[in-house]
Design a protein around this ligand. Structure first.
Ligand code: NAP
Length: 201
């Protein structure tokens, strides 16, 4: 029986908050590996212009290269049309086999909206969910909402507070635009990649 973390996110750009979260979930839930899955064409980001998927994928590869337990998947960026988590999880189940337990890791905000996601009932059957929160996020309120979702679907959802999640992709993009430093918020290789490709300017 293997236990695999699935770290789904836009990663625009990936930062230390994401990396610390993945490592914290890996050790807390005793996972064998964490697979980072950059989103392809996210159905919920219709209003905001997301950076090209190849840039986001390459930044994720650069950021995870030093951790032997981390891998990156092209499953969403190579698929056409909108990427729904249900399709991704079904695809990954085929790759890892029926004996693998999958733990889908994402931000609390995204997971709280899960009731609006495609085929949520089946999705909750196929994998466990771990909601990562930023400090200052009202943990009591979050757990209350998670309990409501659990009651409706009778499925397990975990939450984990991760201090490093105070870093945010939105803030990093804003800092680049305003020519403020982003050093120490994300791996140096990703910082150089952003500069070289003139992203977020
Ligand atoms: P988001 O709205 O960009 O992010 C929500 C919050 O969670 C942000 O504060 C974000 O911080 C944080 N976050 C994002 N990914 C995280 C991760 N893996 N670990 C910890 N925090 C994370 O959400 P998103 O990144 O676009 O989507 C998250 C996942 O949910 C993706 O895999 C997406 O495909 C899935 N999703 C599926 C559906 C569907 O199937 N219908 C709908 C919505 C989302 P940063 O900005 O700093 O990253």
């Amino acid at each position: 029986m293997s236990k695999i973390g699935i770290m789904g996110g836009t990663f625009d750009p990936i930062h230390y908050g994401h990396l610390v979260t993945a490592e914290a979930v890996r050790s807390t839930f005793d996972l064998d590996n964490v697979l980072f899955v950059p989103t392809g064409n996210p159905p919920h980001k219709k209003g905001y212009k997301v950076t090209g998927s190849v840039h986001r994928y390459l930044m994720t590869v650069l950021a995870t290269v030093t951790n032997p337990f981390f891998e990156v998947s092209r499953i969403e960026i190579d698929s056409e049309g909108y990427s729904y988590t249900i399709d991704t999880i079904k695809g990954l189940k085929k790759i890892y086999g029926k004996t693998a337990d999958l733990y889908f890791i994402s931000g609390a905000d995204a997971i709280l909206e899960i009731i609006t996601w495609k085929q949520v009932n089946e999705l909750l059957d196929l994998c466990f969910f771990v909601a990562a929160t930023r400090p200052g996020y009202e943990l009591k309120e979050l757990n209350q909402k998670i309990n409501e979702i659990k009651k409706i679907y009778n499925k397990q959802i975990f939450s984990l507070e991760v201090p490093a999640m105070a870093i945010s992709s939105t803030d990093i993009r804003k800092r680049v635009r305003e020519k403020r430093p982003i050093k120490y918020l994300l791996p140096e290789s990703v910082e150089y990649y952003i500069k070289k490709n003139k992203l977020y300017v």
